[in-house]
Design a protein around this ligand. Structure first.
Ligand SMILES: [Zn+2]
Length: 227
């Protein structure tokens, strides 16, 4: 029988951000807008100073993945940082956040010779295959593989586009069928019209494009808890 540890809470309130600096969040009003969040999710392509500002104002943990445009940042004290300070990089890692099993997959579909945070379809498959032992261990110990998958890119055919940088990953579709996360949060695909679809369902997963920011309630009915 699975351990009863890491049972998800009924609800997690999350501030999810990606791709564009939102002035209302990059100022004191962030504490009003997102005052009761449990944690912050970064879906990539954001300046590290912006993520660090939100973390320092809310005093809540940040879990993030890199986007294809992420680059080292030069600070005024002549240091160069490659990650937002105080955040936890979830790429190719499964971890428990207050009972919630979360995993991340960074980057976009490869479209040029720059190798950072770009992957071919096959390379993304390779990363997922390496994650399988950890996911299977979760299933044995906690009765489920993963609750939330945090990515930069959308899955293939869902919220993606036909041009090379914006083609989604086919492996994410298999991931959702096999490992049944309740949520997949992504960015990368900019939204310019209200009519664009930003929430979809595939297998047992709700897929949400968080661009440029969203306050989300991730809900886990008691029935989804392991026996
Ligand atoms: Zn991107």
């Amino acid at each position: 029988m699975p351990y009863r540890r890491h049972i998800p809470a009924p609800r997690y309130r999350v501030l999810a951000v990606s791709d564009k600096v939102e002035p209302r969040l990059y100022g004191p009003s962030v504490t009003k807008i997102a005052r009761d969040v449990d944690f912050i999710v970064g879906c990539g392509d954001l300046p590290y100073y912006y993520l660090e500002y939100i973390v320092s104002m809310l005093n809540k943990p940040l879990y993030y993945v890199h986007g294809n445009h992420d680059r080292p940042e030069h600070r005024s004290n002549r240091t160069i940082i490659k990650e937002p300070q105080g955040g936890i990089n979830l790429h190719a890692r499964v971890m428990a956040i207050d009972g919630l099993l979360a995993m991340g997959l960074e980057g976009s579909h490869r479209y040029n010779r720059n190798t950072s945070y770009q992957y071919t379809q096959t390379e993304m498959w390779g990363i997922i295959v390496k994650m399988m032992p950890a996911l299977l261990t979760n299933r044995i110990l906690f009765g489920r593989y993963v609750d939330v998958l945090i990515t930069h890119s959308p899955p293939f055919g869902i919220h993606d586009a036909a041009d090379r940088p914006h083609i989604g990953f086919k492996s994410f579709l298999s991931f959702m069928r096999w490992f049944k996360p309740r949520y997949l949060l992504h960015g990368h695909q900019h939204v310019y019209r209200d009519t664009e679809i930003t929430r979809s369902r595939y297998a047992q997963t709700e897929i949400i494009n968080v661009y440029p920011w969203r306050l989300l309630d991730l809900e886990f009915p008691a029935a989804s808890a392991p026996p």
